[in-house]
Each structure stands twice: as C-alpha cells, then as structure tokens.
Design a protein around this ligand. Sequence first.
Ligand SMILES: *Cc1c(COP(=O)(O)O)cnc(C)c1O
Length: 343
Amino acid sequence: MSNSENWIDLRSDTVTHPSDAMRAAMAAAPVGDDVYADDPTVNRLQDYAADLFGFEAGLFAPSGTQTNLIALMTHCGRGDEYMVGQEAHTYKYEGGGAAVLGSIQPQPIANQPDGSIALADIEGYIKPADDHFARTRLLALENTIGGRVLGQDYMRAATSLAHAKGLAAHLDGARVCNAAVKLGVSLRDATAGFDSVSVCLSKGLGAPVGSVLLGSKDFIERSRRWRKMLGGGMRQAGIIAAAGIYALEHNVQRLAEDHDNAAQLSAGLGEIEGLKVTTPQTNIFYVGMPAAACEPLRAHLERQQIRASIGPHTRLVTHLDISREDVQRTIGAFKSFFKDFKV
Ligand SMILES: *Cc1c(COP(=O)(O)O)cnc(C)c1O
C-alpha cells in the first residue's frame, strides 16, 4: 500500500487519522462494560458532551446513522411520521432505515437553495388526526447540510413551529460544530430548541469512530433500549470514547482552519475556466465540470497522490489532515490538468 501520509484526501472529513496525542488518550483510557453502563470513559464522554451542548444526558453509539435512527425510533412509533428534507442524510443516505427498521414513514419535503425547509411547507405537510393518515410526530433538520449553515433565526422559528404543532424536533448535527464555529455561537446556542441532537465525532472533529445522541434524561434512557436492539451496545468502548473526548476538547475551534482552507481552495479552483465552483460556507463545496474531464482528471490527480470523488458535481471536503500547502498543491494539480484539457 502507498504511504497514506503523503496523500491528499479530499473525499470527506471522515478520512482523518487519529493524532498521536489522541492515540495516547485512547491507550490510557480506563474502561468498563458499557452495556452495564459502567465504562467510566464512555460515561465521561456522554456527560461531557451533554453539558457542552446543553442537554441532560448523552448516549455514545458507533455511528451517526445509528444515533439518528435511535432518535427517530425513540421519538416515533410504528405508523408515525417524521418530516425531513429531500436532501437530508436521515432520509436519503441512511438506507431507508427509519422505514425499514423503525416502521416510521418519512414525509420528505423539498429543501430550499439555502438548505432549509420552508416553514409554510412544514406547516402544510402536517397531517390532521384522521385514520387515513400516519401520525406526524417529528421534524428532523440537518446542520450543516451539504456544507450550508442554517441560520439561528431559522432554527428558532422551525423548532418553535414544530413545538407549537405538538411535534418534537431532532437535529442531525453530524457537523453542527462546523455550523457553530461559522456562526460564532456556542455549541449550546447552535443546538438550542431541539429535543434531541446527533453529533458525529468522526467527521471534522477527527475521532476514528463514534457519535453521541443528546436529549433529556428520560429520552436517553428510552434510547438505550433501541441502541441495544440495533446492535450498538459496545463493551470496553472507553477506548474509542476517549478519542471522542479528546476531539471535543481540542478540535472544535480549529474547524475555522478547515473553513479557511476550503475558501482558499474554492478561490483557486474558481480561476480555472470551465469549472463552476461554489463558495463554501464551511468545509464542503462543489465543483461542476464537463463529464468528459472527470476520468482523466481523476487519473491525473491520483498520479499526484490526490484523492477526490471526481464527477460532474464533485464534492470537495477539507479537514484536520489537509494543510494550506495541500490546498496549494491541489490547486496546482487542477490547473496543470485544465491547461491541457480541451472541452
Ligand atoms: C456522516 C453523516 C451522518 C452519519 O454518518 P455515519 O457515517 O453513519 O457516522 C449523518 N448525517 C450527516 C449529515 C452526515 O454527514
């Protein structure tokens, strides 16, 4: 295998490797058996995350897909419905888990260009109490969504509307730390108004694995049962929870560097004729390019040890393991390719 240290990997912020300091924290972590709820490091992570985000309790799980599914199954029962954006991860990128495993019907709603769901649409899609209809129970939002940040005013209005209509509100906050850093608000303010939040530790925060679900004490107690049923009950999980604590302690504010790097990269690629480059709000942006360029560009980048999910709508993602120098090298590689490529 090629030495992965020399590769620039822009496919996702999930590709980061744990740092030496994070690995040292993992090696030193005291452990117990988390299915008995007596792993001290898992308990510390759950309590720390709950406090940091302003919730009563937390639950550590292997993935964000699982914390989202656990949340949906705790809020909704068989024959209930959740309202969700067409582009949302919980609807589009989780294998239909809510429907398949939870017997929960999604009500997908078009996302607006800014990633939000229009308040009028939320109100309009709530079904009246009638035997014909699934029971609308939950509004699920996502922040960031496709790298876009939902504003504080919108989040407040949407969660207030949900509550006024008797619905609960869940936030898929896989990258909510990116949103908070971009908005310049605390993690508590970024998640205020939601009944539950799922936070990924293994994206921009740089942990190798894991997500936390946050909510009220009662909600988290009920969600533990679903985690066990879904196979998410882990034993000496303190080994990986320690990475999560390290990530929350050290890697939140530095997300601003990833946002800066995305801005630099987007500006550099934007100088290339024939590319349609979006302006990043956080660490993710998109590059539109001619279909004919994709395969040769991918090969060109591979030769320079740059890995990216190249397609007509390429998504590029900056993270902990992408430096300013990597950004310059990537811009150079794109420029050298498009200098010779004729559409
Ligand atoms: C990555 C991600 C998740 C969870 O993904 P896992 O790979 O299962 O941890 C959930 N929502 C969003 C928006 C994500 O980007």
